[in-house]
Design a protein around this ligand. Structure first.
Ligand code: GLV
Ligand code: MN
Ligand code: MN
Length: 420
């Protein structure tokens, strides 16, 4: 990477500097480092935002935030009237996460801008770094909150109805983090961005296994989430005999197994089903569980096949409720369609990879990303880099400096191409 002292941005750019920034960001965590946990609107999230905004300002970018905290850092082009080329990702992190998910796309996107600055590149279109609010569903149960609202997929009224586990609403929580103003203003018009590219770790094993530098994402799989609440009958774990029990957790166990079976039996390796949350009430060892809340995550590259798994899970709820005498209610949190990446941007990424001497392959993203929603309002594509063992959403998530450098290199060339 270029190294000069007299242009905006971090002096003497090097991959070591970017890795140091990623490390510094990872220290801003609700968990003991190296474990990263950054719940949206938490104190750690606010400090992480301040850190990244400071880096953006140091690079001479004009920083703005919307009413929900989506952050836009603009490098003004020579024709400010033209819609910008966007890049970016998220900095919130699920509990017990690592330091690369999302952050590589934010700090790597910033690095790509700084590299171009230091090379003396003058963009015609502005280049805008976007830091999306709450890509992770941890706090409000729904993923991609910021980009979902930008794309008008979630209305302000629906957003205001969101609650976290403690029953705190979006209004209170965003205000506590300093974000006010009409939620209506978060929605962006199609055309606000000319194009958008998200750099991200693969979160799967293929690039590393095949020794390929970068992945060019052509499609993003369709995620869905069904929330299930089971109401049974509690009581004394010693006094209440087994016949006639209405144990909500045993009913939940049947549903968890039903989801696994259904997801495995579609015949497609692309179908996945997970129960990531199981809350048991009252949660005492000598008390029969009277209420259980499950949060399920179901995905597929094929939307109809994904929907058949959702239907089968609902049917299992009906069946288990009848057999066990419990009450089961379900609420569909989201069932999003898949997204197709723009072939022209994918081709631009490929041309840039070839120019940079990097190997690449086209692939599907099985994880969801803010690009899933940006695709509703702009042509998008994603650039993947390998991550060790395909591991993600764990503290041992790892991407090597070489992998990150390759991603930034290809991204920078592509941004230059699209902003010229
Ligand atoms: C994003 O974090 C996902 O769960 O795919
Ligand atoms: Mn994630
Ligand atoms: Mn992510």
């Amino acid at each position: 990477m270029a190294s000069t002292q007299d242009k905006p941005g971090r002096p003497g750019l090097s991959i070591d500097g970017l890795i140091a920034e990623l490390q510094a960001l990872s220290q801003i965590s609700e968990a003991e480092p190296p474990v990263v946990t950054r719940l949206v609107f938490s104190e750690a999230d606010r400090r992480a935002r301040a850190y990244v905004k400071g880096l953006c300002a140091a690079a001479g970018l004009a920083v703005q935030e919307d009413a929900i905290g989506n952050t836009f850092a603009r490098w003004q082009g020579s024709e400010p009237g033209l819609a910008p080329v966007g890049t970016g990702s998220h900095i919130d992190a699920i509990p017990n996460a690592g330091l690369y998910d999302g952050c590589v796309g934010v700090l790597g996107g910033l690095e790509a801008i700084r590299v171009l600055q230091q090379l003396g590149f003058k963009p015609r279109r502005s280049i805008e770094l976007v830091i999306f609010t709450a890509e992770e569903p941890t706090r409000f149960g729904i993923g991609c909150l910021g980009s979902r609202m930008m794309a008008s997929v979630l209305t302000p009224d629906q957003a205001l109805a969101l609650r976290d586990k403690e029953g705190r609403g979006l209004e209170e929580l965003r205000a506590g983090a300093g974000f006010t103003g009409a939620l209506e203003s978060v929605a962006l018009a199609a055309g606000r961005f000319d194009k958008f590219i998200e750099l991200h770790i693969e979160q799967g094993p293929l690039l590393e296994q095949e020794g390929i530098d970068v992945g060019l994402v052509t499609h993003i799989a369709a995620p869905a989430s069904l929330r299930i609440v089971i109401e049974g009958e509690g009581g004394h774990a010693g006094g209440k005999l087994m016949p006639g029990r209405k144990d909500a957790l045993v009913a939940a166990a049947e549903l968890i197994l039903a989801l696994e079976l259904t997801a495995k039996s579609t015949g497609a390796i692309d179908t996945v089903g997970t129960v990531g949350v199981c809350e048991v009430f009252p949660g005492a060892v000598n008390s029969i569980p009277s209420r259980v809340r499950l949060e399920t995550d179901i995905r597929d590259t094929d939307r109809a096949r994904r929907d058949r798994v959702l239907d089968a899970l609902r049917a299992a709820c009906t069946d288990v409720a009848a057999r066990r005498g419990v009450t089961i209610t379900t609420a569909l949190v989201n069932a999003d369609p898949p997204a197709t990446c723009d072939p022209m941007i994918v081709a631009a990424l490929e041309a840039s990879a070839v120019e940079a001497g990097k190997t690449c392959k086209r692939m599907v993203s099985r994880a969801y990303h803010d690009s899933l929603f940006m695709a509703r309002i702009a042509p998008v594509a994603m650039l993947f880099i390998p991550c060790r063992g395909g591991v993600s959403h764990r503290p041992d998530e790892y991407a090597s400096p070489g992998w990150i450098g390759s991603g930034v290199h290809v991204l920078a060339r592509t941004l230059a191409r699209l902003a010229s």
